[in-house]
Write a protein that binds this ligand. Structure first.
Ligand SMILES: CC(C)(COP(=O)(O)OP(=O)(O)OC[C@H]1O[C@@H](n2cnc3c(N)ncnc32)[C@H](O)[C@@H]1OP(=O)(O)O)[C@@H](O)C(=O)NCCC(=O)NCCS
Length: 147
């Protein structure tokens, strides 16, 4: 199995939309992803390629004061094999090299798998955003202090 993490390009958008819809039941959508990649100077998006196919991605924002994980998935076929940890570590190292003071994210209250991953990397519960998702599930805001 050959795998690598590389910067996402606009040519990857359609694959990511298919992946997001499969995993989350919805996607950020072509226009949003396109403008993130071409217009947002704070957007850092990376894809996971396994045997030349896209099987995951992490979409993030990094500015000098703060970093945020916008979206993140690993294709079901490859979950539980360490790829999520690899991508998260990659992103944390990038934030470290940019001297970012903290990283935040939102995670569904019932998504214990993702919460367990984030906890492993030092993210801590900050507060709850009630009925944050379209189906009214609450979001937990988690923060990792970097320095
Ligand atoms: C969350 C996600 C990105 C993790 O990716 P992954 O490749 O499966 O993660 P890893 O194999 O590196 O496992 C990392 C940690 O996740 C947790 N984890 C993985 N599978 C788990 C399971 N079945 N049950 C509970 N925790 C689990 C563990 O803490 C694990 O660490 P460990 O192996 O030291 O115990 C992936 O499961 C996914 O895409 N889920 C659906 C989308 C999603 O929830 N995205 C995050 C939105 S905030």
């Amino acid at each position: 199995m050959n795998y690598s993490i590389r910067q996402m390009t606009t040519d990857d958008i359609n694959d990511i939309i298919i992946g997001e819809e499969k995993i989350f039941g919805e996607s950020l959508g072509y226009d949003m992803l396109y403008s993130e990649l071409t217009l947002n100077p704070y957007a850092y998006y990376f894809v996971l390629e396994i045997d030349s196919k896209i099987n995951g991605y992490i979409g993030t924002w990094i500015d000098p004061d703060h970093a945020e994980i916008v979206n993140f998935y690993i294709d079901e076929k490859y979950q539980g094999l360490g790829f999520g940890s690899m991508m998260l570590e990659f992103f944390i190292e990038l934030c470290d090299s940019c001297n970012v003071p903290n990283i935040s994210l939102e995670v569904r209250e019932h998504n214990l798998k993702a919460q367990s991953l984030y906890k492993k990397y030092g993210f801590e519960f900050s507060h709850k955003r009630e009925k944050y998702y379209k189906d009214s599930e609450d979001a937990l805001v988690l923060i990792k202090k970097m320095r």
